[in-house]
Design a protein around this ligand. Structure first.
Ligand SMILES: C[S@@+](CC[C@H](N)C(=O)[O-])C[C@H]1O[C@@H](n2cnc3c(N)ncnc32)[C@H](O)[C@@H]1O
Length: 331
């Protein structure tokens, strides 16, 4: 039997009355109620949410809660009705991004839930990005799987391999790949508009040495990349999570760097860049604290020629921030 649940999202005008009515109709208690704003039920076959709306009540959208969903996506059907596709965990993240105070973590009650370095927001998909996903996705995208990826087969050749985490809209990725045609690049990103944007650049520029996995990089590294399988790792302008209470979401932490190092060949490199000074300090501390890594510079490194200025960097420079590059090699 399928373990998918049909998702119905309804707009309502009286939340309390609707919670009472639908609890009876669905024969189940809601798993979450945010007074006056939102409620969610998860039954064996249904995932039903209601949200207070200003105008007329009715169907907002449909979709599937599906344990196999790779990222939260949404697309209109032939009638213009939007269908979403998500895991229960992705839905919980979305709920937390709107109502952090509810601290809703979905059906996973494990105390050892992993803290994510990103929040999945829907984001607007432009027509061009949507077309690129359709036209170029099959050529460049590799679905996430809990099994080792055969990189020679994926790229159709044997070449040095660099993995980039969080490529954003992918401008830097496409430029670096075009300038380093002897190297293969695996771009990992969770946001669909970013994937669409990079696909557009790759497809229109006929750049052949990039593949994309749309998934959390932690899983990709753990499951799909073999130990000592990489020649390099790029992480440019990772989300700074600058509020003290969010610092724990930062990607560059000792355990994650240990995972990166395990996937690098001896002599392979980690190249990080950030425009947040205290994150730069943390990066330097964490990389310097890993006994298997050697700094290629005395502290921060000069920006290597292959890395172009990114959108985030330009914004940082306009705000008067500095930019710090770090390049370490595995012993
Ligand atoms: C601040 S943006 C920087 C984007 C790009 N590197 C640039 O410099 O313009 C950080 C990106 O990392 C992605 N990200 C964060 N954590 C991730 C993870 N665990 N796996 C994959 N992507 C992640 C986010 O979705 C976001 O697009």
């Amino acid at each position: 039997m399928s373990d998918k649940k049909l998702h119905l999202a309804l707009g309502v005008t009286d939340l309390a009355a609707s919670v009472a009515d639908y609890t009876t109709r669905l024969g189940a208690e809601p798993v979450l109620v945010i007074d006056g704003e939102y409620a969610l039920w998860r039954t064996k076959t249904l995932n039903v949410s209601i949200r207070t709306v200003e105008g007329a009540p009715g169907l907002r959208h449909l979709g599937w809660e599906d344990p196999q969903a790779e990222a939260m996506t949404a697309s209109p059907d032939v009638n213009g009705l939007v269908w979403e596709h998500f895991t229960a965990e992705q839905q919980a993240e979305e709920i937390r991004s709107v109502w952090p105070q509810a601290d809703y973590h979905g059906p996973d009650t494990s105390k050892h839930r992993r803290i994510k370095s990103f929040v999945l927001r829907q984001g607007h998909l432009s027509k061009g990005q949507e077309k690129a996903l359709h036209d170029f996705g099959p050529k460049y995208c590799i679905p996430y799987r809990d099994q080792l990826l055969d990189l020679d087969a994926a790229f159709g050749r044997s070449a040095p391999r660099v993995l980039e985490i969080g490529f954003g809209m992918g401008q830097a990725t496409a430029q670096i790949a075009a300038g380093r045609s002897d190297t293969d690049f695996i771009g990992v990103e969770v946001h669909t508009p970013g994937v669409g944007s990079l696909l557009k650049l790759l497809g229109e520029g006929d750049i052949g040495n990039v593949r994309i996995v749309q998934h959390d990089a932690v899983d990709v590294l753990q499951q799909m990349i073999a130990p000592a399988g990489l020649d390099g790792v790029h992480v440019y302008f990772p989300d700074p999570w600058h509020k003290k209470r969010h610092n724990k979401r930062r990607l560059i932490q000792p355990a994650f760097v240990e995972l990166l190092v395990s996937r690098l060949k001896s002599g392979g490199y980690i190249h990080l860049a950030t425009d947040w000074e205290d994150y730069a300090i943390q990066m330097l501390e964490v990389l310097s604290g890993n006994a298997d890594l050697l700094n290629t510079a005395d502290g921060y490194a000069p920006r290597p020629d292959y890395r172009p200025l990114t959108k985030f960097e330009n914004r940082g420079i306009k705000l008067g921030h500095g930019v710090w590059d770090l390049v370490f090699r595995k012993r």
